[in-house]
Design a protein around this ligand. Structure first.
Ligand code: ZN
Length: 310
């Protein structure tokens, strides 16, 4: 057997779908598949599907003459990576699920459990837009906003598995209510969902964040105002992030990053205005798209494997 035969079974479990792959140790995906999460069926059924899919992937690898050497699973919510427990996840319904041990038992492979955004950040920092930066802040902006602080290829987990909740930095004390129960959090003002919501509230016309960006670029004053307010709130959040972490590169991912220069040009300017003695980080778009979580789960599994074989 050559090292080229070895693959990692990787799963990125989201609220609606699971991205799954067989990934080589060099980060190349040799096989990919997608499955529905079926979160409405309840946590137990979702866990059953995760284990079945992981086992199926390991079988597929063997059938193709490859050797599955480890398994990595990424899930949303609060994740205790050290104990391998999915502590809490609103959109998948997990409460204290020992997913790592369940998968390890089923597959007979070393397994790692990670947080979706943290492993996404890991992948962007090691294989994507933050490559060679050393200190990276990955910020995913979609229905919510979450971040991963990656230093030398390793993402900070926090004491309780909840590091990186940059979406709940208070940016507008008199702002709209956040899903967490407090008003004025960054994600209540500047997530893709919040931008669409704000525009609909002011105009009476439903719109996605991408449509707001388009209309702002076309010169519509209301869209311009909503977009500008979101960019300013984002810059406030990123300036706080930079004060805390002093990174070389901030990688923006998630749906909002697809706005391209319409987001990055004004955001870069607004961030620069807020920095005094802090060094300005490079601000770039994520490079791996929605595969980042799956690749990150694979990297986490490889890290675990390396630790266990030492
Ligand atoms: Zn909040």
């Amino acid at each position: 057997m050559t090292a080229g035969d070895e693959v990692v079974v990787a799963l990125d479990v989201g609220g609606t779908g699971m991205k799954c792959a067989l990934v080589r140790p060099d980060g190349a995906t040799v096989h990919a598949e997608r499955h529905a999460t079926g979160a409405a069926r309840g946590a137990e059924a979702v866990v059953g599907t995760i284990l079945d899919v992981a086992e199926g992937l390991a079988g597929k690898a063997r059938a193709d003459g490859r050797t599955p050497v480890a398994c990595g699973i990424a899930v949303p919510g609060v994740v205790d990576e050290a104990r391998g427990v999915a502590v809490w996840s609103a959109n998948v319904g997990f409460r204290d699920v020992p997913l790592r041990d369940l998968a390890r038992e089923r597959l007979g492979l070393p397994t790692a459990l990670g947080h979706d955004v943290r492993v996404g950040g890991l992948a962007e920092a090691r294989l994507g837009a933050g490559r060679d930066a050393g200190h990276v802040l990955f910020v995913a902006i979609g229905t919510g906003i979450a971040a991963a602080h990656v230093v030398d290829g390793s993402a900070a987990v926090g004491a309780h598995g909840a590091a990186g909740e940059i979406g709940h930095i208070l940016v507008r004390p008199d702002g709209p209510p956040c899903g967490c129960g407090r008003p004025g959090c960054l994600e209540a003002v500047a997530s893709a969902s919040a931008i669409g919501r704000r525009y609909a509230e002011l105009s009476g016309v439903p719109a996605t964040a991408a449509e707001v960006a388009d209309r702002a670029a076309a010169g519509e004053p209301l869209a311009g105002r909503v977009w500008r307010e979101a960019v300013e709130a984002l810059a406030d959040g990123l300036a706080t992030g930079q004060a805390l972490f002093d990174v070389a590169t901030i990688v923006i991912g998630g749906g909002l990053a697809q706005a391209g220069p319409r987001l990055f040009d004004p955001l870069r300017t607004a961030l620069r205005e807020r920095l005094t003695f802090h060094r300005e980080p490079r601000l770039v778009a994520a490079a791996l798209g929605d595969e980042a979580g799956c690749l990150g789960a694979a990297l986490l599994a490889l890290d675990t494997l390396a630790k266990e074989s030492r």
